[in-house]
Design a protein around this ligand. Structure first.
Ligand code: T1G
Length: 700
């Protein structure tokens, strides 16, 4: 097998070329190749060394697929030290995204030239890790402690110009990078520029309060996460310890992170998110339809947000409303959102204007005659949706894709309202649609492959994370939310308070507790959805009794200033309400339910295992392609902590046998209606398999 690294002397310069598509990850072979090359360069007639990458980017980090496997020599920290120790000048030429271990390799070199379009950064924290090859020791020596704290704890890449201003790169090139790099090396040699080893520089000391401040800020920003705290520890020793001792400390902290279940969860998410974008059975080259213009039916909160998502990606949108007043209202929501982004400094005035100019309004479907895709986003009335699709069938050109943003309606029934069900699918956005990244793409029984492939690719183009779902009530996310909310509400009737349930879940890592989520979404939304369902499909109706009563009392949630909690009209601060507690307790009594002390573990297990058990059924039915897809849905759509890897990964990490045992205990205590273990769960436990192992065996 040819090495992904080659070495040759070109015009007196020893050129180490890395070519390991797709992102030149630092696999074992790449590390070995670089080491052999830098050693050869020490002995040959080259005047200096250039570290160069072919392909779309300089090294984008260590090879994440090698994590968890026995590490192989050469170790990356030593390799970076060996580059730095070179007696000959070593220059790295950076383009694309120079990230993680790739940036550490570059910092091991004596000088760096970068293409003006390039970026550099340390995304390790997004994997629950920290730089483990000198990034936390060399960066403070080149750019200072506070810059390093920001760069490494945020994980966000920075553009070339900023990297140069911070002293992390030395030269910016426009045009041909290779030529500029050779020219740059020639100039360094001609000027007799001394070899500069970052490890020999001193990191400037800062006030110890700086570390305290960052630890506090990160404890808030990255709640419960360990890696950000370890990053502060590592950077602190870059000042207080000699380089080699600091490297030792960095290694210890890195290995701790590598063993940490939080990193396992985040690494799972890295690959799950990329896998979710792939449709099993649909090749990479499945034809797609051109999408140059969009129509949206309904200018409400969802319609407006969806319009912004496309306009923000440069795609013109026509927003359709039933009347000029309604249209005006819809467009003013869009204007308010853009004004808010400008006010918060997220967007320039010009950019907001440019994006807003891509959103036009109309009240006549004739305006949709030439659009390539229409997304219906009206309220959840199945009759109205079918009427709209029948009208779209007449108004839209052949080949236009017709999508519904329904959160749970039957997409097949909606498609059947047209003469072209193969052009119909679901595109389920999450509120606020211009912010939330998740997009459930719902495949109808007749949805054509090119329509599906087009929607999945378009989702990425507008910055969304697409996950495909089959057709069932509530698709993946909302279907699983049913049992999750059911248990939360039953726990209230059994003795827990809204505060206790929410605090338990937030302390466990959820972005928001289930009771607060209900108040945010609006209790009337769930109420109407339940009313629309036949009684025998509403599940354990005891669970919704209190919520229904609050709605009938006019307590709709945040939107009415009160739901399960009261909300301060100014600050939106929530507070408990005795009337609500009284309503809960009287409803318990009415239902003959005994109230008791409930511990945090029971609250967490009932909610999270309700999710996992429903997830198992969804996988068994083929509604979701793979367990990782469910994890992506819950992390990008429902505030599930990414460092726990999602409900399915979490169930695996606990052990499916323990999950099943707990569910069986709940079945004994609370009955089969709510707690019958999923058949797939029982099967996997019987076979001693994990859900990941099952999916892998299926080739998913
Ligand atoms: N290792 C292995 N595979 C990788 C990879 C990596 N580092 N980065 C990307 N891939 C695969 C990815 O799975 C996908 O595969 C394909 O490349 C294209 O990726 C010691 C320990 C570089 C910005 O965290 O952020 O260094 O799905 O779809 O949108 O300190 O990939 O096609 O089969 O994402 O153009 C630090 C991770 C590692 C960067 C490109 N580095 N990568 O984005 O393409 S930890 C990272 C990215 C580390 C050291 C530590 C992005 C990208 P497939 P893609 P993209």
């Amino acid at each position: 097998m040819t090495s992904p690294v080659s070495y040759q002397i070109v015009d007196g310069i020893g050129v180490i070329t890395i070519d390991n598509p797709p992102v030149n990850a630092l696999s074992h072979a790449v590390r070995q190749g670089i080491r052999d090359a830098i050693r050869e360069a020490q002995e040959d007639c080259s005047e200096a060394v250039l570290v160069w990458c072919d392909g779309r980017t300089f090294i984008a980090g260590a090879d994440i697929t090698e994590f968890g496997k026995p590490p192989k020599d050469p170790w990356l920290p030593e390799l970076c030290n060996e580059l730095e120790a070179s007696e000959k000048l070593v220059v790295a030429a950076l383009h694309g995204t120079t990230l993680g271990g790739g940036f550490e390799v570059a910092l091991g070199c004596h000088y760096r030239i970068i293409h003006e379009s390039g970026k550099v950064g340390f995304p390790e924290v997004k994997l629950g890790l920290l730089p483990g090859a000198g990034g936390t020791q060399r960066t403070p020596r080149l750019a200072g402690v506070e810059v390093s704290l920001e760069l490494i704890s945020s994980g966000a890449p920075i553009p070339a110009a900023k990297a140069a201003a911070l002293g992390l790169v030395d030269e910016i090139a426009s045009g041909d990078l290779r030529e500029a790099a050779v020219d740059y090396i020639r100039r360094l040699l001609a000027d007799g520029t001394p070899i500069r080893r970052a490890s020999e520089l001193d990191a400037e000391a800062v006030d110890p309060d700086v570390y305290t401040h960052w630890r506090g800020a990160l404890a808030k920003k990255a709640r419960k996460q360990n890696a950000p705290q370890r990053i502060v520890d590592a950077i602190e020793v870059a000042v207080s310890l000699p380089f080699s001792d600091g490297m030792q400390k960095e290694r210890e902290l890195f290995l701790e992170s590598m063993q940490d279940s939080q990193s396992a969860g985040l690494r799972h998410m890295f690959f799950a998110e990329r896998e979710a974008a792939k449709i099993i059975g649909l090749g990479k080259n499945t034809p797609q339809r051109d999408i140059a213009s969009i129509g949206i039916i309904g200018g409400g909160t969802m319609g407006g947000g969806i319009a912004m998502s496309f306009a923000n990606a440069g795609i013109p949108v026509t927003l359709i409303e039933i009347s000029d007043e309604a249209l005006e209202r819809g467009l003013s929501i869009v204007d308010k959102n853009y004004a808010g982004s400008v006010k918060r400094g997220k967007l320039s005035e010009d950019a907001a204007k440019q994006r807003r100019s891509l959103i036009a309004g109309a009240t006549d479907y004739a305006a949709l005659a030439d659009v390539d895709l229409v997304i219906e986003a009206v309220f959840e009335d199945p009759v109205l949706k079918k009427e709209i699709f029948a009208k779209l069938d007449d108004a839209c050109k052949q080949g236009a894709i017709l999508a519904t943003n329904t959160s749970y309606q039957d997409v097949n029934a909606i498609a059947a309202a047209t003469k072209r069900p193969e052009d119909v699918l679901g595109m389920h956005f999450f509120s606020p649609a211009h912010i939330m990244k998740l997009l459930e793409v719902v495949r109808g029984d007749k949805t054509a492959d090119d329509v599906l492939a087009t929607a999945m690719a378009l989702a990425k183009k507008i910055g969304k994370v697409p996950v495909m779902s089959g057709v069932c009530y509530g698709f993946i996310g909302n279907r699983m939310l049913g049992p999750y909310f059911r248990e939360a509400h039953l726990l209230l009737l059994e003795g827990a308070t809204p505060e206790q349930v929410d605090t338990a879940m937030v302390d466990w890592g959820m972005a928001m507790g289930p009771i607060s989520v209900g108040d945010l979404a609006g209790l009337d939304v769930g109420y109407k959805a339940r009313q629309a369902l036949p009684a025998d499909q509403r599940g354990d109706q005891r669970a919704w009794r209190v919520a229904d009563r609050l709605v009938e009392m006019g307590r709709l949630g945040q939107k009415s200033g009160a739901g399960f909690y009261n909300y301060d009209p100014e600050t939106r601060q929530r507070s408990n309400d005795d009337d609500v507690q009284a309503t809960i307790e009287s409803t318990s009594a009415e239902l003959g339910m005994e109230r008791r002390q409930i511990d945090v573990d029971e609250i967490v297990d009932r909610l999270v295992y309700a999710l996992a058990n429903e997830g198992m059924k969804i996988l068994d039915e083929g509604i979701a392609q793979r367990p990782g897809d469910i994890d992506v849905v819950y992390i990008y759509g429902y505030g599930f902590p990414a460092w726990r890897g999602g409900p399915m990964h979490y169930a695996d990490s606990v052990g499916l046998d323990k999950v099943l045992a707990r569910i069986e205990e709940f079945r004994e205590r609370f009955g089969t209606e709510n707690w019958t273990p999923a058949a797939l769960l029982e099967k996997l436990v019987a076979e001693g398999q994990s859900i990941t192992g099952w999916a892998r065996a299926k080739g998913n």
